[in-house]
Design a protein around this ligand. Sequence first.
Ligand SMILES: [Zn+2]
Length: 108
Amino acid sequence: MALIDCPACGKKISDKAQLCSHCNFAVGSASSEDIARKTALSKYLQAQKIQNQSMVAMLLFVGGFGFMYWGDADQEDWQFKIAFALSVLGFVWYIVNRVRLIFVKKSS
Ligand SMILES: [Zn+2]
């Protein structure tokens, strides 16, 4: 028994399985065309999800940065510290998502 990637959700399943145990995709009875279509769709959805996440990350960064810049909180204030943490988090998250997107696109 070997493990393969489910063409629909990308999780590991047995190559003997007729149905994916994660998403119930009928691996056994799917034609190669079905599988190709499902794979393309799940890649697309995954890329879309990452793009949405990088939008949120960007907003976090801009919001946090904007607050630090234009808000009148002092550097010692907890509001300022939260804004700083959010902008750093947003920035890092954004970079991570860009890298993930490159990998998703590369593997298609
Ligand atoms: Zn699946």
